[in-house]
Design a protein around this ligand. Sequence first.
Ligand code: PLP
Length: 338
Amino acid sequence: MIIDLRSDTVTKPTKGMRDAMFNAEVGDDVFGEEPTVNALEEKIAKLFGKEAALFCPSGTMTNQIAIKIHTQPGDEVLCDATAHIYNYEGGGISLNSGAQAKLLQGERGQISAQQVAENINPNFDWLTRTSLVCIENTANKAGGSYYSFKQMQELAIECKKNKLNYHLDGARIFNAIIENDYTPLDIGKLFDSISVCLSKGLGAPVGSLLLGDREFIRKARRVRKVFGGGMRQAGYLAAAGIYALDNNLIRLKEDHKRAKQLSTVINGLDYIDTVLPVDTNIIIFNLKENVKPDQFLQQLASNNLKATSFGKQAIRFVTHLDFTDEMLEKVERILKSI
Ligand SMILES: *Cc1c(COP(=O)(O)O)cnc(C)c1O
């Protein structure tokens, strides 16, 4: 048995999901004739109370399309220093949009309305134009922490006041929703655009959705084509997404429960320095200085346990749909044996 805690992207479609994919009705989505893609886009748009949605191959693409539409070359994007759009999208902010990022030092990946207010450039010829605020919920590099509704709302008010666009990188938004008292509809009201991943905790093999108003999504369709993301009979993939939304939302709680359980065990190990607080399905912990991360990962690997290094002494575990209670017990045994 191989246990893979590198990411929640490693899940494989279940029998039910594969049946849904196999039976999907398909057409050509570039011509707008993909019944299953259209159904998925309508379903998620309705869920968040947005006018429209667009199915894309990845969350990097949905974020990058949003940045492209919300900025002009030479503009500035405000985001947290740990943001995926800045750290893990290949420099796409500058490469795709000719824009730059101003990094804010948030609290566990979360920036505040006050920080945004303090970092908007005044309208001088020699200053970069601030045009977009992007937040991440849950925050990946910050350990799966989430925003409260109030925090997101205060940022929305600040953006509106200053005519800034407001984008949510919601790759793991359902992990946040399941732990909070806000709904997709509440979130939909706050943002100009939202990116949601189906291939993380929801267990679909491929795909992310970009949500916004009709005019925004019309532009997004065009940018998606230019970025090379226009797909044809993508209904086979969209069917997996519909299945995921229907079946795999509530169960995210289980991933969170297992992550918390695992973090308690990790906290008690003598070779561990610190464990970041675990709010959802991501566990980031730091090894003591005398433990080499490469060697530690190798020891895990020799026990058929896969994990990733997350910079310096940090290691990341992510729980997911294919990680069972039986596996949890095995991981506990492996960690204690090292
Ligand atoms: C995974 C992820 C994305 C998108 O990644 P893709 O691999 O391109 O789908 C975007 N933002 C965050 C926070 C993520 O964790």
